[in-house]
Design a protein around this ligand. Structure first.
Ligand code: GLN
Length: 535
């Protein structure tokens, strides 16, 4: 008989930003080589998804194969569990209430008063059940967004409490992540915030089985003893969420502290120790043989969370090439305002990324960077908006189409080399209406793209409304811009490149979303190798 499905619930306390997603993903990583671990994240906000949120406020919007726009924690889940998630794995209160309202309008509640408890909580549990069934999960790994005590997450916490009654105590493990500060002056690990946050959790009917205390040092046995006695948790079930230079080390730190046997004891899940390829790759990172500098020329560079997946991908490339990568964040608005000069900015830079983006701010600065890369043989990878601007730059400076532009920036340009996709023209609603998710590109023979991917077709994830204007494809080709990747069904340009250049390639997709530590995104790996050669 198949063993009962297990549930691991991860909550957080004290403050936000402690890395609940990483903690959950790390636990998942340790189990995922032997069990089908299905992650879910429960977000308290009323947006249906983060697709309409400002990346400055919310960080990067992560896009899944199915086109779902989800919280950036899904980047960690996919990378740590080596899995592909689905839109329904990210539950939001926006989705929950959409469903409640639809049910109520259909008359499903048969005249009853619709209430937070039981109806809203039931929908939450139902969504979890459905996902578990559909995915044939051995283990459901559920992260409750926010901090215990937030009004926003209370309904989720209640649902997680009720889940225990339904699935049985022996099938559910509650993990609580808290903060153990070491105040300056005192120089001692402090347990009070943990005590108070566990108190809040217990007040809501949940007794944690495992506590992870985020701390700048390994938790001492004294502090573990104190937390144990105040929180009703065995000292062996208290772990350090250590500040580390690389979060991929966290699974191994938790493993060394004994988390796997604690999970096994509570859930009765035997876990074999495996030879994890991550160990060698992480050791490569600690022993680099070369150093290169990659510039990221974007708009929200002050908030590096908005480019989280790009940073991750470069780290994956580092582990495979043994090149230490210094990232230089360049705010292109400063170039166009004349505060910085392109030649100076690119001094000592071995490779450049022009990432995705929206709107006109910083665009002229990006165009200057692209021109300089093209003319000076500096390796360049353009991503999404980056590809579109590579086309604009090429049209202006090689094809001599004066003031050529994307209509996103200049709706009245005489040369709209990048324009809204036909199917986008009638759309006015903003939520989930872009060209989203995985699409297949055909790669032209003899192209750099084909060489890097080592394949004739490739599937990458997308998030955009504009495309290279098909009226200009032929003209661009004749002038030397190779449209090396195509979405054949609609004749959309997916990749562009310039032949007489060591590495000058743009992709309409976001290959950083599918990069893994064990399998870095090929275009990024190509950029890093080209940058290493340049140096
Ligand atoms: N703004 C561009 C578009 O909508 C590019 C989007 C992006 O870079 N993700 O097509």
């Amino acid at each position: 008989m198949r063993p009962a499905r297990k549930y691991i619930i991860v909550t957080g306390g004290v403050i936000s930003g402690l890395g609940k997603g990483i903690a959950a993903a790390s636990i998942g990583h340790l189990l995922s080589s032997q069990y089908k671990v299905v992650p879910m994240k429960l977000d308290g906000y009323l947006n249906v998804d983060p697709g309409t949120m400002n990346p400055i406020e919310h960080g990067e919007v992560f896009v899944l194969d199915d086109g779902g726009e989800v919280d950036m924690d899904f980047g960690h889940y996919e990378r740590f569990l080596n899995t592909n998630c689905k839109f329904e794995h990210n539950l939001t209160m926006g989705k929950v209430f959409e469903e409640i309202r639809a049910k109520e309008r259909r008359g499903d509640y048969l005249g009853k008063t619709v209430q937070f408890i039981p109806h809203v909580v039931d929908v939450i549990k139902e969504k979890i059940r459905m996902t578990a069934e559909k995915e044939h999960a051995d283990i459901m790994l559920i992260e409750v967004g926010g901090t215990v005590g937030d009004m926003e997450s209370d309904l989720y916490i209640e649902a997680m409490r009720q889940l225990q009654d339904e699935v049985g105590e022996e099938n559910i493990l509650y993990v609580h992540l808290t903060y153990v500060p070491i105040p300056a002056g005192v120089q001692e690990q402090k347990s009070k915030p943990t005590q108070q946050s566990v108190y809040e959790l217990r007040r809501r009917g949940i007794q944690p089985d495992v506590i992870i205390g985020r701390c700048s040092e390994t938790l001492t046995s004294e502090i573990k003893g104190k937390i144990a006695s105040f929180c009703g948790v065995d000292t062996k079930s208290i772990f350090t969420g250590l500040d580390v230079d690389n979060v991929y080390k966290i699974p191994f730190l938790l493993e060394e502290e004994g988390i796997v046997s604690i999970i096994n004891q509570k859930l009765g899940l035997p876990v074999k120790s495996v030879d994890d390829p991550w160990r060698q790759l992480l050791s490569n990172l600690d022993h680099p043989e070369k150093e290169i500098t990659i510039a990221l020329c974007g708009k929200y560079t002050s908030l590096t969370d908005s480019y989280a997946s790009i940073k991750e991908t470069l780290m994956h490339c580092s582990a495979h090439t043994k090149a230490k990568i210094q990232m230089k964040f360049i705010e292109t608005t400063e170039i166009e305002q004349g505060k910085m000069n392109v030649a100076e900015v690119l001094q000592g830079v071995d490779g450049v990324i022009v990432p995705g983006g929206f709107g006109s701010r910083g665009v002229e600065g990006k165009l200057e960077v692209i021109k300089s890369c093209r003319e000076n043989s500096i390796p360049l990878l353009g991503i999404c908006f980056g590809l579109q601007l590579m086309v604009v730059e090429f049209a202006r400076n090689v094809c001599l189409l004066e003031k050529a532009n994307t209509t996103e920036v200049d709706p009245d340009t005489a040369h709209p080399v990048v324009d809204l996709m036909t199917e986008q023209k009638a759309i006015t609603a903003k939520g989930a209406t872009m060209r989203l998710g995985a699409y297949i590109s055909y790669l032209r023979e003899g192209s750099l793209a084909r060489k890097l991917y080592d394949s004739e077709i490739v599937s990458e994830r997308h998030r955009h409304r504009y495309e290279v204007n098909q009226r200009y494809h032929q003209f661009l080709l004749e002038n030397g811009l190779n449209i090396s990747g195509l979405y054949l069904e609609k004749n959309l340009a997916e990749l562009v490149e310039v032949k007489e250049h060591p590495f000058f390639i743009g992709t309409q997709a976001h290959p950083e979303l599918k990069s893994r530590l064990s399998a870095p995104a090929p275009l990024f790996l190509g950029l890093v190798r080209a940058a290493m050669e340049k140096r």
